[in-house]
Ligand binder design. Structure first.
Ligand code: PLP
Length: 472
């Protein structure tokens, strides 16, 4: 034992000092070329030395790592230290509103507004005409009303917050009647029954999974009923023998019994995107025309803006919600507001919205254009990949994601990659390790790069990412 300790001590004495490592010519060169900061190099050198020290004390290492190896490790560690955790990725999945990939990319105009407002001060809650305090909601309320015909509007942190807040304010301690076919889970733990429970309302389920009639709602109405709720099924559809009650019918029923009606639209389509797959997605303005009291939807789904929850409807109800203390808890921040206002401004001209808002623009790219882009990408990939790879262009089905049109798919075009050398999972994993990471999907044992969700200039990033297969 004693001699083991002595051995370890004598090996430890051979370890270089941090400053000796940092003086290495390899390190100096990288420091210059890659502009690596000293603090990061020093921290990385300490990590690398600590690791060696532990290995020596455990008896797993009988001599220090060579200086060359140590330098290489320090550089690798330094680069890792300088990587941010939240980074841009290339979305080659073909899912336009991928929740795990941050949903809607913002329009350039929205990004500029966000930058300008965040870099300095703004009139967030300051009325420039009167010099007095203003309301942050005023920056988008008028716009939302003129775009949708709503009487009043409010924005909060996200749609889950909007639904929760509305239920809490309008139906706390009361019964909320919902069709069994609409008791949905969105994922990320948003479930209608749970949200209802958290908002202190009582869920009153009516109808069956596939069929709910107006009389089911009517029979459930009692003295404790506070609200009739309709929920867009978003990510699933009941096919075949199916019946649901329309918003119009619910509104008429609500009127007869003096009950408010609310609809959670989920995605919220402000204009007809002009693509076949989305023809059945309800337009916000149409839903509001039924006279529904409150409609809620997300800012970062089909709308193509930042994460936000939008509430539209009757002034009286929305003012109660706006004044509620929980609204303060769930309030929208100025960066979101800046991006949301500018995204909404683009909607004043539908054609501008369709071309300037990235998700809408990507949604409407014709198949022929996608095919040409895929052919070009495939050709470049063949030149950049080892011969063991097969690259081909094929028709694929894309999805919007974000809870719109779960059954209707949009025809798309992808480039498929197969290799005798690497299994598809391995190709996918290596693409994810690129800078920036490329996220793709597997179909029938082949990696598919769907070109619909590749943004301008990203083809080049895909080509750079596949370099990793040539260098190993
Ligand atoms: C997506 C969705 C939500 C949640 O919206 P977030 O903006 O993600 O909070 C709520 N209800 C429905 C029907 C949805 O589709």
């Amino acid at each position: 034992m004693e001699s083991d300790k002595q051995t370890a001590q004598s090996i430890l004495r051979l370890l270089p000092a941090v400053h000796e490592i940092l003086d290495g010519s390899e390190i100096k060169r990288a420091e210059q070329v890659e502009r690596l900061p000293r603090w990061a190099l020093r921290q990385a050198a300490r990590h690398v030395l600590d690791r060696q020290r532990e290995e020596i004390l455990r008896g797993d290492r009988m001599e220090p790592e060579s200086l060359d190896q140590t330098h290489e490790q320090v550089l690798r560690e330094t680069r890792k230290l300088l990587l941010r955790s939240l980074r841009p990725v290339v979305n080659a999945t073909g899912v336009l509103l991928h929740t795990n990939l941050g949903r809607a990319p913002l329009a350039e105009e929205a990004v500029r507004a966000l930058q300008e407002v965040s870099a300095g001060y703004s009139n967030l809650e300051f009325n420039l005409d009167t010099g007095k305090r203003g309301l942050r909601y005023e920056h988008v309320e008028g716009l939302l009303c003129s775009l949708t015909g709503a009487e009043s509007a409010l924005v909060v942190n996200n749609n889950a917050a909007a639904v929760y807040l509305a239920l809490r304010v309008l139906a706390k301690g009361k019964g909320v009647i919902v069709s069994r076919g609409e008791l949905i889970e969105i994922g990320g733990s948003f479930r209608i029954p749970d949200i209802l429970e958290e908002s202190d309302a009582t869920l009153v389920e009516v109808g069956t999974t596939n069929r709910t009639h107006l009389k089911d709602y009517e029979q459930a109405i009692g003295s404790s009923t506070g609200l009739l709720l309709k929920v867009h099924p978003s990510n699933y559809r009941v096919m075949g023998f199916h019946k649901e009650v329309s918003t119009e019918e619910l509104v008429a029923l609500g009127r007869r019994y003096g009950l408010p009606v609310m609809e959670d639209l989920g995605s919220g389509c402000l204009l007809d995107p002009g693509v076949p797959g989305l023809a059945n997605e309800p337009l916000v303005a149409d839903v509001l025309r039924t006279g529904v009291d409150i409609v809620t939807f997300s800012g970062d789904k089909l709308l193509g803006g930042p994460q936000a929850g939008i509430l539209l409807g009757r002034r009286e109800a929305l003012e109660r919600i706006q004044r509620h203390p929980l609204n303060r808890v769930l309030r929208i921040d100025k960066l979101t507001l800046a991006a949301l206002e500018v995204t909404l401004l683009l909607y004043r001209d539908p054609q501008t919205a369709r071309t300037r808002i990235p998700s809408l623009a990507m949604l409407s790219v014709p198949e022929g254009t996608l095919r040409r882009r895929a052919q070009k990408l495939a050709k470049d990939l063949r030149q950049n990949l080892p011969a063991s790879f097969t690259v081909s262009v094929r028709a694929v089905t894309g999805r919007t994601g974000g809870g719109s049109m779960p059954t209707d798919s949009i025809p798309g075009v992808g480039v498929s990659l197969g290799s005798a050398e690497f299994p598809a999972e391995e190709i996918l994993a290596r693409l994810r390790r690129a800078t920036p990471p490329v996220v793709a999907r597997i179909e029938r044992d082949e990696v598919i790069l769907d070109v619909r969700t590749l943004q301008r200039g990203q083809d080049r990033l895909v080509l750079e990412a596949v370099q990793i297969f040539s260098t190993c």
